[in-house]
Design a protein around this ligand. Structure first.
Ligand code: ZN
Length: 67
């Protein structure tokens, strides 16, 4: 089964027999995220949870912490 990552648009081929593929089949194809993006996002989420801090970048300014 061929899937496209929603974040980086990478097309990947995934094993049809994996339980995660079966789950994916029940949902629209555009919900797929490749391993790389998935890891990056879960890392960020974990960092946010552990620090409890969020920051944003605004054009021409230094990053601002939102607490
Ligand atoms: Zn991706």
């Amino acid at each position: 089964m061929r899937v496209k990552c929603v974040i980086c648009d990478k097309i990947e081929s995934i094993d049809d027999h994996l339980p995660s593929t079966k789950k994916l089949r029940n949902r629209p194809i555009h919900t797929y995220m490749c391993e790389e993006c998935h890891e990056r996002i879960s890392e960020k989420t974990e960092q946010r949870i552990s620090t409890g801090q969020f920051f944003v970048y605004r054009s021409g300014k230094q990053k601002e912490w939102l607490q």
